[in-house]
Write a protein that binds this ligand. Structure first.
Ligand code: 8YV
Length: 324
């Protein structure tokens, strides 16, 4: 008998088709009524879950008595209670590598857009404000040659650092848990304490995973250490930044601007950030290109298929739970 896979977020028709070759697939459908009720009803039957953007832990999975594996269509796995997964022997997988370059592209788009005021001046032009040659009130800040500070030099951080160093001649600073000698060699990147990096960088880019250690890593004190002309870019997770402190810093000129892809609450329907011209606000699109989302879907399906066949999945987050 085929095992059952339940999707916990929207998955594409090609994904459904591929999964159906091996599994019974249940995808809650808004046309059939309440999504949460459909999910709750299917949960006790599921051997595998696949999706993204949903908190899953003890409370949410109590009824999932047949569950063996959860395949997240994301690299970040802060939504999952890994200790609980280990306790139950549930496998958790993610999708590293395939989104590195697209997410780095987006990080750089935010650097460019906030420094050169791309979104703001696009709206200004379309509003018919362009009546004479632009002057100082529309001027932006240079990107090339400025100092790039990466907080969390993992794969995505390194991909942004390469863009900055090789494409824009930017000196690269980084902070984090460990030194990266290969990147120091390759890019001339220099290690700094968090405080030093904040004081020196013109663009501070957050690429750390969310954990108890990184929650509100950037708050009033850290923002006050940044240069008044500097920009904060967050493509990591919203709660890494104390958003109220950021709003204050953007309002009173503690820093020049921010480029944000992630927020403390998502989706973000209302926010004081929307009133701030020096905040670029994107709807969590780091990996959202057609090619990358397809690659993530493939990787997530490979992981789930392996896990439900009793094989060790390629991207196993919690090897402790694998009894292979
Ligand atoms: C998406 C991400 O937000 O992979 C991650 O960790 O943040 C993004 O790719 C996520 O996959 C939700 O669709």
């Amino acid at each position: 008998m085929k095992k059952t896979v339940l999707a916990f977020s929207r998955i594409t028709p090609p994904m459904i088709e591929r999964l159906q070759q091996d599994f019974e697939v249940i995808v809650p459908d808004p046309k059939k009524g309440d999504l949460a009720a459909q999910f709750d009803e299917a949960l006790p039957h599921a051997h595998g879950l696949i999706g993204a953007g949903r908190k899953l832990g003890r409370e949410q999975l109590a009824a999932a008595t047949r569950l063996q594996a959860v395949s997240s269509v994301s690299v970040g796995y802060d939504n999952y209670d890994v200790a609980y997964f280990n306790e139950r022997g549930l496998l958790l997988t993610n999708t590293p590598d395939v989104l590195t370059e697209s997410t780095a592209d987006l990080g750089f788009a935010l650097i460019m857009s906030s420094a050169r005021r791309v979104a703001e001046l696009d709206a200004w032009t379309k509003a018919g404000q362009w009546k004479a040659s632009v002057a100082a009130p529309q001027f932006g800040s240079d990107v090339h040659g400025k100092t790039l500070g990466i907080i969390g030099m993992g794969n995505i951080g390194a991909a942004i650092a390469r863009r900055g160093r090789l494409g824009f001649n930017m000196p690269v600073l980084y902070s984090g848990n460990s030194r990266k000698p290969a990147l120091e060699q390759e890019l001339g990147a220099q290690f700094r304490s968090l405080e030093q990096l904040l004081a020196e960088a013109d663009f501070v880019v957050l690429v750390v995973p969310l954990s108890d250690k990184t929650r509100h890593l950037i708050s009033h004190r850290e923002l006050s250490l940044m240069k008044p002309g500097a920009f904060l870019i967050n493509i990591a997770r919203g709660p890494v930044v104390d958003e109220a402190a950021l709003v204050q810093a953007l309002r009173n000129g503690t820093i020049r601007g921010a480029g944000l892809d992630v927020y403390e609450q998502e989706p973000l329907a209302q926010s004081p950030l929307f009133q701030l011209p020096n905040a670029v606000t994107l709807p969590h699109i780091g990996s959202a290109t057609t090619q990358t989302r397809e690659a993530m879907a493939e990787r997530a399906m490979d992981n789930l298929t392996a896990a439900l066949r009793g094989e060790r999945p390629r991207d196993l987050v919690n090897p402790q739970a694998f009894k292979g």
